[in-house]
Design a binder for this molecule. Sequence first.
Ligand SMILES: Cc1cc2nc3c(=O)[nH]c(=O)nc-3n(C[C@H](O)[C@H](O)[C@H](O)COP(=O)(O)OP(=O)(O)OC[C@H]3O[C@@H](n4cnc5c(N)ncnc54)[C@H](O)[C@@H]3O)c2cc1C
Length: 387
Amino acid sequence: MEHLASPQLAEIRERLARFIQDDVLPIEKELELGPEDPWPREVLHRIWRRSSEAGLLPICLPPEMGGAGLSVLDQCLLKLDIARSGALLGAHVLGDLSGPPRVGNMLKYATPDQMERFFLPVIRGEKGTCFAMTEPHSGSDANSITTRAVLDGDELVINGHKHYISGSPFADFAIVQCVTDPDSTPKGVTAVLVDLDSPGVRLEQAYLPMSGQHIDADIIFENTRVPVGNVFGGFGNGFKLGMARINVNRLLHCPTMLGMARHVYELSLGYARTRQQFGGPIARFQAIQHMLADMAAALWACESMILNTAMLADRGADIRMEAAACKLFVSERCFEVADKAVQIHGNVGVTKNHPVEHVFRKLRMFRIVTGTSEIQRNTIARVILEA
Ligand SMILES: Cc1cc2nc3c(=O)[nH]c(=O)nc-3n(C[C@H](O)[C@H](O)[C@H](O)COP(=O)(O)OP(=O)(O)OC[C@H]3O[C@@H](n4cnc5c(N)ncnc54)[C@H](O)[C@@H]3O)c2cc1C
């Protein structure tokens, strides 16, 4: 899909590759960082700041926000490069977990005061953020959230429990979806910006996802008071805000999965060529060749699908069906690719924290996060049946 990138992208990709090589990998080496080690906050701040100085952190934002005005296709290519590099801290280079891409599509709703206090620091790499919707009893059914924000003078008082919030352990503030009008139909939900060091905010990390990464936590609000000026996007507009770019966001997860799957495919090619059994490389067995062939075919299908959907998005087309189909197909095929990579690597592939084993676990999670496969199928069915 390279040939469809904008002319400016070649230089940006080079800069990105250099940044990973010169700034990110040496830090990983210096810390002797393993895939399941917690990320020290000061190290993340260092990467965010350096990436911002290198003009990379905000690159996916519009030009007026310091970005390069990249097409969706260009953004897909950058995300693919990062995931394919295998860098453990890769998600922090463009800020996928807690930086500008998490808020980029919503910035147009920020007031000047919110830009100053919350979002410009994110763009400069000084602050991290997270998006908190899910609750212990409210997952796919987002309408069932119960976290309440009640107006009291010129403050909101928040009570509730957000569950499995990515990036919260190193975020400075959260965009919290709160019920502000429980009696209307549908009930009024409002996004509120909450500093995570406010009195009455507590983080709990009582679980570890199967990836072993310490990047998710619960956020508990007990009579947390925030100024009413922290209402983001207006009262009752919380879902509108979240849904504004849900399709493009679903699509933008796909190159990350593809990059990880490509990485383990490339490792499998190398392993098949070098691992000797029965007097020669295992790559000469047709059984291994067929697995590699299936992996290559699946990756090609995923890449083609991402490319096509990104081009449609760039043309402003309605991609509800295509984005959901991409998230569904790419997450399931890439997981199968990782499964084959484990098989080809034999005992090496099932060894804890080998890159192939770790990617296998990470890719399994992508069939759940940002809308499960079943929810994607529901969206596809809704669109094709309404046609
Ligand atoms: C690692 C990780 C990171 C996350 N990060 C965030 C974050 O940053 N912010 C945030 O707000 N949330 C986050 N989440 C929560 C995530 O969005 C939810 O896990 C996801 O929406 C699914 O909800 P659930 O896990 O409660 O499953 P449930 O909704 O309880 O679903 C359980 C099963 O039922 C199926 N199901 C549910 N409803 C239907 C239906 N209508 N039709 C068919 N099948 C259905 C599901 O597909 C699934 O198989 C994260 C989760 C994980 C695991």
